[in-house]
Design a protein around this ligand. Structure first.
Ligand code: ADP
Length: 954
């Protein structure tokens, strides 16, 4: 049962203490911040006021200074007046003088435009300054005031136009008193309002700063910055008026101004001496503008920080909430877990199957009671051990393979079967099902494996499988056509070989009936036959089967009846015996063949003139023919059999000594399997007669290994005798030739010399014709002598005594060409001989003769019209050297190539070229004596090439 966790209601912003304190802190911070802001606001305003106060001080001092100077001037000139100047009208001179005095004073004060002295009637007595002119000021308020209040020290007028220039001016006037103290008139200085305007204009203020200079008595504004003509002589602000009336001489304050939004901060100062005061004001907004900018920025920052704090607080609250919920859930799940653990423990322990937790090192971490029972071990014996302890030796590694997909994360569980060896040594089969326990984070912890003892099932399966396998194997592999028929002759099952035998496919099996392949019987006969075989326990009979393609073959059938589930079946096995029949016939034929061959061989052996014996690998005679027996003096060939060949052959070497095994060619053939031909050894039969023999020893090889030898021999006694006869007759012939040549040449020399004597004696009587007859006779004799010499040489070839020696061909050719020096020089022939010629085995004088004859012919048979060139050459070919002598002479027609080598054969007329026709015959004999061949390659008119071979030295 799964219990779900109920979610607590969300009370994220419940007003608990935490929220309250957080809000209080935020509020406090906000209040402190606002307080600080306000304080700084007041500071800024205070600073503003200080600046305004300073401005009022500075300006009042400046203005007062100007007025003081003007006042001092007025006092000075007043003192220069004479009493009579005001009482009676001064004369023109006096007026002029005094005007000059006035003008001198005036020069020192550029801000004062005019200086005037007025009499008591207000008429101008003296005057100096720009466009100074006379006028009457009796109506001017300032004049009237001084006149009415003579004790007044001085008066500053409203703004009035300068009588001379019309420019707005202030008049500073003081009474002129007689020495007795009576009022006599007025001294007045006209100061350009512009002078004061400049003073206040130059003071540094903001754009909206306002400066006023006003009368202290009535509060009227005299000078105004910014310059406003309409403000001149107008009442000042009520606030300032109030302050002045209340008697303040200086102060600061804040006031509202008509037509302006917001308030202005102001400061004012009354001049110390003169009845004027200076008021300076700035718009409150201008003063605090910088503060407003900075404060807004700071406020924004503070707000931002507060917002972030709130956000942080919100998040923290939220995580706390979640944590609380998680803790709650954890507590619940812990409870559930402990319950479920208990349940699991019970299940684990009580389970009917073995359960085990395996570590990755194959160790058993936990296992239940059943697992111990399966293995027959106690729990203590298994704890912490590896499962290899009881894994069957042949199944080690099976588990690792099986759990690999779990570790790779490909499967969630795997099952496999393996063998355990119980503590008592009994081998059991278990089926293991494993899954991988992972941690909450997904890390693999251990395997949980369920083990079931399946030994009994396995045994059963094994038995069934082996039965089925055997049966299946039989059906698949049997060479005989095994098939099962039901009572109606339908094919129930058959081996592959049966289908193959009949040319059907296994899938055709279901439709087949014995009638499809049984030959030569009616349906009734087949049914009858079936019945018969199904009634007998087993039977063997021969019949014929028909293949699917219609061909028929002989079979032998072994049948057995079987009853299964109340039905009867015939289990039959057909064997194709047509092959056997054919094989029998073939074997018979082969045997006959063998017998015939054997008979033929026997016949050959018996009729062969050569003695033939066979021996095994131990040199024992296994057969011999009649000739062998007859030749060696044995009664019958059979008498030779089974004897050692040494005894039978009486083998000896040429000089009659016994042939040692180490040097015996027959023995060597038995050892190395090589065929050997020997021509001068001796066999000796039991009668002791020696037979010089020539024999061939050939190996009997089985798969390349010598298992015996056959020796075929014949007696060469006769040939030996003939050879010695020949030798003797040759020697006699040589002797005869020598004698003949010697003896024949003697009478020839006599004929020649006597012919010469006769010719000399009869020289006077002989006519030319007879002389030529004598010439022919002498020439004939000479030619005969030449022929005899050549013939002698020809007969001697091959009979020199020295034998063959190793000869460098270069030396041999050099000797031959040397012997022809005269001929070659006369013919101006060029003979080229190659360098690095090989050495060959040969007879030196014969080879010198060979080259001498060939080079001599090459020079002799040259063409007169072209320079004679003779080239000697040599090249290897197989195991021979091919040598040649090539010329550019007359050449030889192809039909004469053979004939040229015949004795006395000449291809040219005697008159054309000298010669006996023996030279090439000698060459041929020499080459053949050295084991070579000689031939011609030539084109008539172009030249001839005589080629011959000499064997290479081994
Ligand atoms: P001969 O004494 O006539 O030279 P050879 O036996 O030396 O006898 O030669 C046989 C014949 O072969 C010669 O008569 C000649 O006609 C021909 N003969 C031999 N050598 C050459 C050659 N180098 N060129 C052309 N003909 C040749």
């Amino acid at each position: 049962m799964v219990s779900s966790l109920r979610k607590p209601p969300r009370k994220l912003f419940a007003f608990d203490r935490q929220i309250l304190s957080f809000c209080a802190i935020i509020l406090l911070v906000a209040m402190v911040f606002v307080g600080l802001l306000l304080a700084s606001y007041q500071d800024v305003r205070r600073d503003g006021w200080n600046d305004l106060r300073g401005a009022a001080d500075v300006l009042s001092t400046n203005i007062e200074g100007s007025l003081r100077r003007a006042d001092g001037t007025l006092s000075a000139v007043s003192h220069l007046l004479r009493p009579e100047d005001l009482r009676e009208a001064p004369d023109a001179q006096r007026r002029e003088d005094f005007n000059i005095i006035l003008a001198d004073h005036l020069r020192e004060f550029p801000e004062v435009r005019n200086l005037y002295i007025y009499d008591a009637s207000g008429a101008t007595l003296f005057g100096a300054g720009i466009a100074s002119s006379r006028n009457n000021v009796a109506d001017s308020p300032w004049f009237r005031r001084l006149k009415s209040e003579p004790e007044t020290e001085f008066v500053v007028s409203d703004v009035v136009p300068n009588p001379a220039t019309g420019t707005p001016s202030l008049v500073l006037a003081q009474s002129v008193l007689s020495p007795g103290g009576s009022w006599q008139g007025v001294a007045a200085a006209w100061i350009d309002l512009d002078h004061f305007q400049q003073i206040i204009d130059h003071y540094p203020l903001t754009e909206h700063g306002v400066i006023t200079v006003s009368s202290a008595s009535d509060g009227k504004m005299l000078i105004h910055r910014p310059f406003l003509p309409e403000a001149v002589n107008r009442a000042n602000s009520s606030e300032l008026e109030r302050r002045l009336i209340s008697g303040d001489v200086a102060g600061v304050g804040e006031m509202s101004v008509a037509h302006e939004s917001g308030t202005r901060l102001y400061a004012f100062k009354r001049l110390d001496v003169f009845p004027l005061f200076v008021g300076v004001s700035e718009s409150n907004r201008d003063i605090v503008s910088e503060w407003v900018e900075q404060s807004s920025l700071i406020a924004l920052l503070v707000l931002l920080i507060m917002f972030m704090l709130m956000a942080l607080f919100y998040r923290q609250r939220r995580s706390q909430q979640v944590l609380r919920q998680a803790n709650e859930a954890l507590r619940r799940s812990e409870t559930l877990l402990s319950e479920s653990e208990e349940r699991f423990r019970m299940t684990f322990e009580q389970a009917a199957v073995g359960i085990v937790h395996n570590g990755f090192d194959r160790s058993l971490l936990r296992f239940n009671r059943r697992y111990c029972e399966i293995l027959g071990y106690d729990a203590e014996e298994l704890a912490g051990r590896s499962y290899l302890l009881f894994t069957h030796g042949e199944d080690v590694g099976l588990s690792d393979e099986a759990v690999a997909p779990l570790l790779r994360g490909e499967r969630s569980s795997v099952s496999w079967e393996k063998r355990y060896v119980r503590k008592n040594g009994q081998v059991i089969w278990v089926r293991l099902t494993s899954s991988l326990q992972r941690s909450a984070e997904g890390y693999p912890l251990h395997f949980i494996t369920v083990a079931e003892d399946i030994t009994r099932r396995k045994d059963m399966e094994g038995r069934l499988l082996s039965e089925a396998t055997r049966y299946e194997g039989l059906l698949r592999t049997a060479s005989d056509g095994i098939h099962v028929l039901d009572e109606d002759g339908n094919l129930v099952e058959a081996s592959d070989s049966f289908y193959r035998m009949l040319g059907y496919q296994p899938q055709d099996g279901k439709q087949l009936n014995v009638r499809d392949w049984d030959v030569g019987a009616t349906d009734e006969q087949i049914a009858e036959s079936l019945r018969k075989h199904m009634s007998e326990l087993s039977s063997v009979f021969e019949t014929r089967h028909r293949r699917r393609d219609g061909t028929v073959f002989d079979v032998e059938i072994h049948a057995r009846k079987v009853a299964l589930d109340g039905k009867r079946y015939l289990y039959a096995s057909s064997r194709d015996v047509s092959g056997r029949k054919l094989a029998d016939a073939a074997r018979e034929r082969a045997e006959m063949e063998l017998r015939a061959t054997s008979a033929r061989m026997r016949l050959v052996l018996d009729t062969s003139a050569e003695g033939i014996i066979g021996m095994d690998d131990e040199s024992r005679i296994i057969f011999a023919n009649r000739s062998a027996a007859g030749m060696l003096g044995w009664d019958t060939p059979e008498a030779m059999q089974s004897r050692p060949s040494r005894e039978v052959l009486g083998h000896r070497v040429a000089d009659g000594r016994s042939c040692a095994e180490a040097g015996c060619p027959i023995h060597h053939t038995l050892e190395d399997g090589e065929t050997r031909r020997v021509s001068d050894e001796i066999f000796c039969g039991p009668n002791g007669i020696l037979h010089p023999v020539e024999y061939v020893a050939a190996p009997l090889l089985v798969e390349g290994i010598p298992v015996g030898a056959v020796v075929a021999f014949h007696d060469i006694s006769e040939r030996k005798a003939m050879e010695s006869d020949l030798k003797r007759s040759n020697a006699e012939l040589e002797q005869f030739a020598y004698v003949v040549s010697h003896d024949l040449r003697q009478p020839l020399r006599m004929i020649t010399s006597y012919l010469g004597l006769i010719e000399r004696q009869l020289s006077d009587v002989l006519d030319d014709e007879l002389k030529s007859f004598f010439g022919y006779a002498a020439g004939g004799a000479k030619r005969m002598d030449r022929l005899i010499v050549d013939l002698l040489e020809y007969s001697r070839v091959g009979r020199q005594k020295g034998g063959l020696t190793l000869l460098p061909l270069g030396e041999v050719i050099a000797d031959g060409v040397q012997n022809l020096t005269v001929t070659v020089t006369e013919a101006q022939a060029a003979v080229t001989v190659p360098e690095n010629l090989p050495a060959v085995m040969g007879d030196r004088s014969e080879l010198v003769r060979l080259f001498q004859n060939l080079v001599g012919n090459a020079v002799k048979y040259r063409l007169p019209e072209r320079p004679c060139r003779v080239e000697i050459g040599c090249r290897p070919q197989g195991r021979e050297w091919v040598l040649w002598v090539k010329d550019n002479g007359i050449g030889i027609a192809e039909k004469d190539f053979e004939r040229a080598f015949g004795v006395f054969q000449r291809l040219v007329g005697r008159g054309e070229y000298e010669g006996t026709g023996i030279g090439l015959a000698v060459c041929k004999k020499i080459v053949e004596h050295h084991g070579g061949r000689i031939w011609i390659e030539s084109t008539v008119g172009e030249g001839s090439c005589f080629l011959f071979t000499l064997p290479m030295t081994v």
